[in-house]
Design a protein around this ligand. Structure first.
Ligand SMILES: Nc1ncnc2c1ncn2[C@@H]1O[C@H](COP(=O)(O)OP(=O)(O)OP(=O)(O)O)[C@@H](O)[C@H]1O
Length: 786
């Protein structure tokens, strides 16, 4: 391998020698009259060249060191790879990489040598050019020297000649001649000096040319050096990058090699294990083969035995087949019989739903006969802006709902209520109407019907009674009333007006006027809170042209003002007064309901105009339906609970069967029949009493006087009747009242024991109820009659 010193510094050295030669010559020339300036210039050039030469030598030494270091690294890498390759069977790959790397390195070195050679050629060309210039300059210089020498010799000869002539003239006319000679000498001297200056000028010119060319050489050398520097840098960068890549590749290869080595070792150990296992298996298979052979023999005996038993089974299967055929025919016959039996059952199942519907109808009829106020509960949906609110209503069934106390947890928090009907959040006005239309139509049959809405403020009473935008034929629940006629009535409400109506739109128009006149105000709980009760009474009178019977029916639509806690509705001033009035009248309604549910002899109807107005609906023979409206948001829990408790109490009121005002021929006949039956029954009762008394007189001494026996029997019946009533409705409801109004358990038990002591037969109860439905009277009124 060539060292960079011997390779790169040689042309610079030769250039320096040339320059030194020029310098020496210049110094010699200086002695022989070469100007001092040229010597200085040459010295400067030499110094510059020396400096550059040393810089280049330094640069080359650094590069050489770099190359050496790189070569050493490659060598060590190769050594590592060789070591790795010798340690594994896959060394061939590493060798291949090593060879590739070596080739790449060699190519790089060859390319560098080529570049170096090219640059050497360039430098030697410069050297030759410089030599030629030097030679030309030397020739010119020697020419000039020759010329100067000739001129000098000529000058010496001429001087000698003039000296000789001067000697001669000295003798003749020494002074004249001397002056002429002096003049000639001066002229010659002048010419010589002129020639000298010309030569000097030429020399200067040549020197300038030389300097210029030297400058050019210098620039060229700089350019070449710059290019070379750049090329070197590029090469170094590339090699560095390559080196980095190789380093990375080698490390990844090393890792791969490590993992391969590990896997190879694991595989080797596994192979060893497998080999051992194969050996073991070989040993065991031999013994197994012997065992299998034995088993085969055994199996053969078993198979032979099985075959013989199979033959036996075949025979028995044949006999079984025959018996199965017999069974199948019997089964088919049985199936046909079953089909015939199933038909009526299927028919019965088809009628089941119809029966269910009928059942419901009958239940409603019984309800009507019992005369309970119908209690409906409707849950108002969350208004759009409060959709995210938590609901206290846990369950809504057709007839029941469960509310949860938000301050309690678990089962203790839940409380269930049963009503005639419960309407959930999604119930529409149309659905409500379809449920109550038969009730409303009964107005046309001469019944008094009262529909009343009760609930806390903002719970949807007005919505239920009139629809979302007041009374319109699309939304109002009660619109399909037909053939309405007004009937004058002395109303207890002052300033109440009575208008004749003929068609449903007439009614709607009046209701609309009434709604507009109704006091409405905004409270914290309802933007359009009704601040008064609204009662719309529709009086209907009709006549059956066929039978000649007449009927008079009343429909009361009562939209109560909201019950409210003034602290929650945040009312003040007039609103507060309104709220107090509203609450007072509602409290009066509560008192009436309480008295009725307890069958109190005095019912305080006269405590408020509202209860006075509703007297015929609550205590008379009307059909009454009360909507209890509730809000299901958590903040309304206490109001909702008290509304539901109140509703529960209302459900316990027995009004007796509603009585129609229709009185036709058939009804009159029926009434007559009933009264004759009643008198017959009374005669029979007296007979029984008499017989009982006779029987008793035989056993006891103290005879009961005949005049008091009837009264005692009446009392007995009275007691039975009361107990019967209590059992039908009071027992169940009594419990609720006990919870809501401080009715104690002992009271309740006492009444229950009355009931058990009475010993009334179930037949008597049935007789009693049939009686009341025929006469249309209530149970209490029946008692009075007796
Ligand atoms: N079933 C329902 N579906 C949709 N919105 C309802 C329903 N019930 C009530 N609302 C709405 O709730 C708000 C309060 O209803 P409404 O005015 O009928 O209550 P209210 O019980 O009559 O109140 P107040 O006793 O204060 O007069 C109204 O905006 C009404 O439209």
């Amino acid at each position: 391998m060539m060292t960079s010193d011997s390779l790169d510094t040689a042309p610079t050295q030769s250039l320096l020698t040339v320059v030194n030669g020029i310098l020496e010559e210049s110094v010699e020339r200086r002695n022989g009259e070469i100007p001092h300036r040229v010597a200085c210039l040459l010295k400067k050039v030499t110094q510059e060249l020396e400096r550059r030469m040393s810089t280049q030598a330094e640069h080359l030494r650094t590069q050489n060191n770099l190359f050496k270091a790189r070569e050493e690294k490659y060598q060590s890498r190769i050594r590592v790879l060789e070591a790795l390759a010798s340690g594994t069977k896959d060394g061939s790959e590493v060798k291949k990489i090593k060879e590739e790397q070596k080739k790449l390195d060699e190519n790089a070195v060859i390319r560098l040598i080529k570049e170096q050679e090219n640059k050497n050629l360039e430098i030697s060309a410069f050297k030759i050019e410089l030599e030629t210039a030097k030679r030309t300059y030397g020739l010119q210089f020697s020419q000039l020297e020759e010329e100067t020498k000739c001129a000098k010799e000529e000058f010496t000869l001429k001087a000698q000649e003039h000296e000789h002539q001067l000697q001669e003239l000295r003798e003749e006319d020494k002074n004249l001649e001397i002056s002429a000679l002096k003049h000639e000498l001066e002229t010659t001297k002048k010419t010589y000096e002129e020639r000298c200056s010309l030569l000097e000028e030429e020399y200067e010119h040549r020197l300038e040319e030389y300097e210029h060319r030297l400058e050019e050489f210098r620039n060229e050398a700089e350019r070449i050096e710059e290019e070379r520097k750049k090329a070197d840098e590029r090469e170094i960068n590339r090699l560095m990058k390559e080196h980095e890549d190789n380093k990375f590749e080698i490390s990844s290869l090393k890792e791969e090699l490590e993992t391969t080595k590990e896997t190879y070792e694991v595989k080797c150990s596994q192979l060893e294990e497998l080999k051992n296992k194969v050996k073991e298996l070989e040993v065991s298979s031999e013994s197994k083969y012997q065992k299998w052979k034995m088993k085969m023999n055994q199996l053969q005996t078993v198979v032979e035995f099985q075959f013989s038993s199979l033959q036996r089974m075949k025979l028995s299967w044949e006999s079984m087949k025959q018996s199965v055929v017999k069974e199948q025919t019997a089964y088919a016959e049985e199936w046909e019989r079953l089909g015939a039996n199933l038909k009526p059952m299927a028919l019965a199942a088809a009628n089941y739903h119809a029966l269910l519907a009928e059942n419901k109808k009958l239940f409603n009829e019984i309800q009507e006969l019992k005369g309970n106020i119908r209690v409906y509960c409707r849950v108002r949906p969350f208004l759009s802006e409060k959709k995210e609110k938590q609901s206290i209503v846990e369950h809504i069934g057709e007839n029941d709902l469960v509310v949860a106390n938000p301050s309690k947890e678990g089962k203790d928090a839940l409380r269930s209520f049963k009503f005639n009907r419960v309407f959930g959040h999604a119930t529409t006005q149309a659905e409500v109407y379809s449920d109550i239309q038969s009730l409303i139509r009964s107005v046309l049959d001469g019944y008094n019907v009262c529909i009343c809405a009760y609930g806390q403020t903002g719970s949807g009473k007005t919505y239920t009674m009139t629809g979302p935008n007041g009374a319109t034929s699309e939304t109002i629940v009660f619109f399909p009333l037909i053939f309405l006629q007004s009937l004058p009535n002395g109303l207890a409400v002052p300033d109440a007006s009575l208008f004749p109506v003929k068609t449903p739109p007439d009614v709607l128009k009046l209701m609309d006027i009434g709604l507009k006149n109704r006091a409405i105000g905004a409270t914290a709980m309802n933007e359009r809170s009704s601040r008064s009760h609204s009662v719309v009474s529709i009086h209907v009178r009709g006549k059956d042209s066929k039978t000649g019977s007449t009927m008079v029916g009343n429909l009361h639509l009562v939209d109560l003002a909201g019950s409210e806690r003034v602290d929650r509705s945040e009312v003040i001033g007039d609103r507060l007064k309104e709220a107090q009035h509203i609450n007072k009248s509602l409290a009066a309604l509560g008192d009436v309901i309480f008295a009725l549910s307890q069958k109190s002899p005095h019912v305080p109807y006269r405590n408020s105009k509202l209860t006075q107005l509703l007297q015929t609906s609550l205590g008379g023979q009307a059909k009454t339906l009360m909507f209890f409206q509730i809000n299901s948001d958590v903040s309304s829990y206490s109001e909702t609970l008290s509304t539901l408790k109140f509703a529960e109490r209302v459900a316990g009121i027995e009004l007796g069967a509603a009585r129609s005002s229709k009185e036709g021929k058939d009804v009159r006949e029926l009434m007559e029949q009933v009264s004759s039956l009643k008198s017959a029954l009374l005669a029979k009762d007296e007979d029984i009493e008499r017989l009982q008394l006779l029987k008793g007189s035989n056993r006891k001494r103290n005879l009961i006087p005949r005049s008091g026996s009837s009264k005692h029997f009446d009392d007995h019946m009275h007691q039975n009747d009361f107990s019967h009533q209590y059992e039908l409705s009071g027992g169940e409801i009594g419990k609720h009242i006990a919870e809501t109004s401080g009715f104690t358990d002992s009271d309740f038990d006492g009444r229950s024991s009355d009931l058990s002591d009475s010993g009334i037969a179930p037949g008597t109860e049935t007789d009693g109820s049939e009686n009341s439905s025929i006469t249309g009277g209530t149970k209490s009124s029946e008692k009075m009659e007796r």
